[in-house]
Design a binder for this molecule. Structure first.
Ligand SMILES: C[S@@+](CC[C@H](N)C(=O)[O-])C[C@H]1O[C@@H](n2cnc3c(N)ncnc32)[C@H](O)[C@@H]1O
Length: 258
């Protein structure tokens, strides 16, 4: 297949807000320190196979049954916040092409090396600075994606307007018969959560510090963004948990043609 997208990790298409730069810097540090550990924090031992198997498992148990039951074309997949390809590589075995985007250039460099090492050729990766670059992708590329997914990403994004911006672009990039599969942490914020959110990083364990910690959002906040983006909720999986997934599509009445 001809490459459709940039596969380099050259500078992002445009620099965006301070928050996006801070996010990129922090994730670059995590990527350089120990990418796998920061991506999949529940890993028990040091076996990298466990990390890659977790991605295989998610694709086999979560993505493929959904893709089949909604009859999504297994053509073009798009991952927002792809990290080092834990999910993109297994998904690529079932799709014609998968594009991974990430705010961290270091993650993108690592995922490109991993693609070469694993000899996966139907994937492409690109660093983005935030929703603005994503908009540029939508406007310069007429391609519409059949399956857009993002796991373990929005839970780390501190600014709700960034999430709202991404949802607007997802709406534009999603094929009329495609699905989006997006995960959020929607556990109610208890007292200990609110206390931990106020403490300075030096008092907190590693995975509770700014950047890597999970930010809880209310379903109302998220559903407001989804509605304003013009997306429709088709289903929800394990709502009000740390692994709340929204299955979204372009509403059939919105007049888009396939
Ligand atoms: C916990 S990792 C998850 C990676 C991958 N989705 C997986 O499940 O293996 C979070 C990823 O999201 C990226 N990320 C964080 N904030 C982002 C943002 N605002 N825009 C795009 N990517 C972001 C990070 O660089 C990191 O690679």
């Amino acid at each position: 297949m001809d490459p459709v997208y940039r596969t380099d990790a050259s500078p992002p298409l445009a620099q965006s807000a301070v928050e996006a730069r801070a996010c990129a810097e922090i994730w670059d540090k995590f990527a350089q320190n120990d990418a796998q550990r920061y991506i999949w924090t529940i890993r028990q031992g040091n076996d990298p196979q466990e990390f890659w198997q977790s991605g295989e498992h998610t694709v086999a148990r979560e993505f493929l049954p959904l893709i089949r039951s909604y009859q999504v074309r297994p053509a073009l997949g798009l991952e927002l916040g792809c990290g080092v390809g834990r999910l993109a590589f297994p998904l690529a075995r079932h799709f014609q092409q998968v594009l991974g985007l990430d705010v961290s250039r270091s993650m993108i460099q690592q995922v490109i090396s991993a693609a070469t090492e694993k000899r996966v050729t139907n994937v492409a990766f690109c660093a983005i600075a935030g929703p603005e670059d994503f908009v540029q992708l939508a406007t310069t590329n007429p391609t519409r994606f059949d399956f857009i997914y993002s796991l373990l990403v929005f839970q780390h994004v501190p600014d709700l307007s960034t999430i709202a911006g991404y949802l607007l672009v997802i709406r534009t990039l999603l094929h009329p018969r495609g699905l989006a599969y997006l995960q959020f942490d929607t556990r109610p914020p208890g007292l200990s959560y609110r206390l931990k959110m106020r403490l300075p990083d030096f008092l907190l364990p590693r995975f509770w510090r700014r950047g890597i910690r999970r930010i809880r959002r209310s379903p109302q906040e998220i559903e407001g963004c989804i509605r304003r983006a013009g997306l429709e909720i088709v289903a929800q999986l394990t709502p009000r948990t740390a692994y709340h997934r929204y299955i979204l599509r372009v509403p059939p009445t919105s007049g888009t043609s396939s």
